[in-house]
Design a protein around this ligand. Structure first.
Ligand code: F6R
Length: 251
């Protein structure tokens, strides 16, 4: 994997498989070191298409090499409003299908923001409290949206934002349309960890794949830091890793 400088930031550029191996190495080292001390690891996890091959690599290591997730406490970034956990497009369902069902994580140690709640403000505050109670996030995985969102922190999200109910951007709904069988089926709202919540993670890793992410990655890494491109706030995180495949990195 090669390193390239983009503005003030360093990007790790390689083949998709190589990126997944390197990131799985990071997680594996963390899990093993903590397990040796009898301690938990708090992972912040993302959905969407980008992390899927990374989750496949974690599952492979569990199956073939015995990597254990028994000391994992996880918090997902976000969840669509109104679908319910059973809906196949809910992020709860996607996480079980694509990772949790295939490893030995304890079900009670897995959290995804609620899709249905009586009061989204209360549910959001409870999510924040649960993260704090777990000791904060050790290792946070992110993808990036077409307009630079992280989690569902759309354009305009302030740096100090916390877990909250948000309105999805038009672009987010259009991008999700095909997997919902049409834009009209995509929820209009979600609960997401805030930019501030994400920035408190001790390690943040952003993965981007494909030419469609090229321009937004460039803006996030070397453009002005601000709510116009929420991923740009990561420039000021002291321990962020930008992992790009060749298509996403050819500026
Ligand atoms: C998903 C999430 C989103 C995605 C982003 C990229 O939990 O928080 O920010 O990471 O929309 O999605 P993909 O990977 O499908 O291109």
């Amino acid at each position: 994997m090669k390193k390239i400088q983009i503005g003030s930031q360093t990007a790790h550029v390689g083949e998709g498989e190589e990126i997944c191996r390197v990131l799985a190495d990071e997680v594996e080292a963390l899990l093993k070191a903590r397990a040796a001390e009898g301690k938990m690891v708090v992972l912040g996890l993302a959905t969407g298409s980008t992390p899927l091959p990374f989750y496949e690599e974690l599952i492979r290591r569990h199956r073939e090499e015995g990597l254990s997730f028994a000391n994992v406490r996880s918090f997902n970034l976000d969840e669509y409003e109104g679908l319910g956990r059973e809906h196949e497009r809910s992020y709860w369902a996607e996480m079980w299908k694509n990772l949790f069902d295939h490893v030995d994580v304890k079900p009670e140690n897995v959290s995804v923001p609620p899709s249905i709640s009586e009061d989204a403000d209360v549910a959001s505050a409870e999510y924040e409290a649960a993260i704090a109670e777990a000791g904060g996030i050790d290792w946070q995985l992110l993808g990036i949206g077409g307009e630079g969102h992280i989690g569902f922190n759309e354009k305009g999200s302030p740096v100090e934002s916390r877990t909250r109910r948000v309105t999805l951007a038009r672009k987010t709904i259009v991008d999700a349309g095909p997997s919902f069988g049409g834009e009209e089926n995509v929820p209009t709202h979600a609960i997401t960890m805030g930019v501030g919540t994400i920035l408190e993670a001790r390690r943040v890793v952003l993965m981007a794949r494909g030419a469609s992410k090229r321009e937004v990655v460039r803006r996030a890494m070397s453009g002005e830091v601000g709510p116009e491109v929420p991923a740009s706030f990561l420039q000021n995180h002291g321990n962020v890793g930008w992992f790009l495949d060749h298509d996403a990195a050819e500026f």
